[in-house]
Ligand binder design. Structure first.
Ligand code: UGY
Ligand code: MN
Length: 341
């Protein structure tokens, strides 16, 4: 048995008899006690409440905080890991799917837009049977109806507020309706209208932001009218064997050839069906995150991400993390699988 000894340098040897003065010990103890009291009585409950309120609201099917839509419509507020790496993007465009992430958005002038710009995320140029894009409108911003006949539109307000205006004419329906954050509007093919910003923005950076879906209407001649609503006011529909919360923003009736689904998953919930189907999808992650399977690939996804899914691409989603996932999903619903979309 040995008894090891270590020779400490003189300066590091404990100096017997030198203690911290009692007054300093008392001051430090009081300061630590005060900090702990503040943390447990004020800051901790605030933090916990802010985390649990969102989840509780969804669980009880109460209204979804509008801030979530703003986050999805304002890429600069979406925090991305690796965002500062030069040339790095999570975006990828494949033959049967595309993942478009916020750092890839490119806004440009659009002949149908005054005082504003658009960023196309999905379009027929990549093989889709629809277009999905953002519109950013300044104080004088306006988006006109499509010039080509036969294009129908669906708009969701992600930030700000717009008015959809159309005057009555030969067979034309009159409308003057306000669409606020979390609100939506369907505009039938062949309708002539204008969507104008209804906000006075204080600076050049703030904009009203819309998410737009557009497609060629395949069932022209059937009398589809304008539709307006609020996402959270739509009834929750049965979705068994699925466990997610499902809302549909369009009626399942023959006048409409697509639908927009809103789906909420609590962390840990996932699609029960590993889907492969004829219909196409355009998806915007509004909040939360998880893993999306697209074909043979698996991607981490988060708020602000957009996905195109071509016909028959294998698809599956699992929600992870601490926040409830909400995504908005275009689906062509009444297309004939033999005659095509
Ligand atoms: O309705 C659908 O096809 C939907 N469940 N698909 C999806 O979420 N990828
Ligand atoms: Mn699907």
């Amino acid at each position: 048995m040995t008894r090891s000894t270590v020779n400490l340098p003189h300066s590091r040897r404990p100096r017997p008899g030198r203690r911290m003065p009692t007054s300093i010990v008392i001051v430090i103890s009081l300061w630590a006690l005060g900090g702990a009291a503040l943390l447990s009585s004020v800051l901790l409950p605030l933090f916990l409440n802010s985390k649990t309120l969102t989840l509780a609201a969804v669980q009880q099917n109460q209204s979804w905080p509008n801030q979530s839509y703003r986050q999805a419509g304002t890429p600069s507020s979406t925090k991305l890991a690796f965002a500062s790496l030069p040339g790095f993007t999570r975006s990828t465009v494949q033959r049967t799917y595309a993942l478009i992430t916020p750092e890839s958005h490119v806004y440009q002038r659009n002949p149908l837009v005054d005082d504003g710009s658009t960023a196309h995320l999905i379009s027929p140029a990549m093989g889709a049977n629809f277009a999905m894009y953002y519109v950013r409108l300044g104080s004088q911003g306006r988006l006109s109806s499509p010039k080509d006949v036969g294009i129908e539109r669906f708009v969701i307000c992600l930030d700000g507020r717009v008015r959809v205006k159309a005057s009555a004419g030969a067979g034309a329906e009159e409308t003057d309706s306000v669409v606020e954050v979390g609100g939506f509007s369907y505009m039938p093919a062949n309708a002539s209208y204008v969507i104008q910003n209804d906000m006075k923005h204080k600076n050049d950076i703030d904009k009203t932001v819309l998410l737009v879906f557009e497609r060629e209407n395949k069932i022209l001649g059937v009398n589809a009218g304008y539709r307006f609503g609020e996402i959270d006011e739509q009834p929750i529909l049965p979705s068994s064997p699925e466990v997610f919360t499902l809302r549909k923003l369009m009626p399942d009736t023959p006048e409409y050839d697509f639908n927009i689904h809103v789906m909420d998953f609590r962390p840990g919930e996932h699609l029960q069906v590993k889907e492969v189907h004829y219909n196409q999808h355009g998806l915007l992650m509004v909040s939360g995150g998880g893993v999306y399977r697209l074909g043979d690939d698996w991607y981490p996804v988060t708020a602000g991400d957009v996905i195109w899914m071509a016909p028959f691409v294998p698809q599956w989603y699992g929600a992870l993390g601490g926040e409830t996932t909400r995504y908005i999903l275009y689906k062509d619903t009444t297309v004939d699988p033999v005659l095509g979309a």
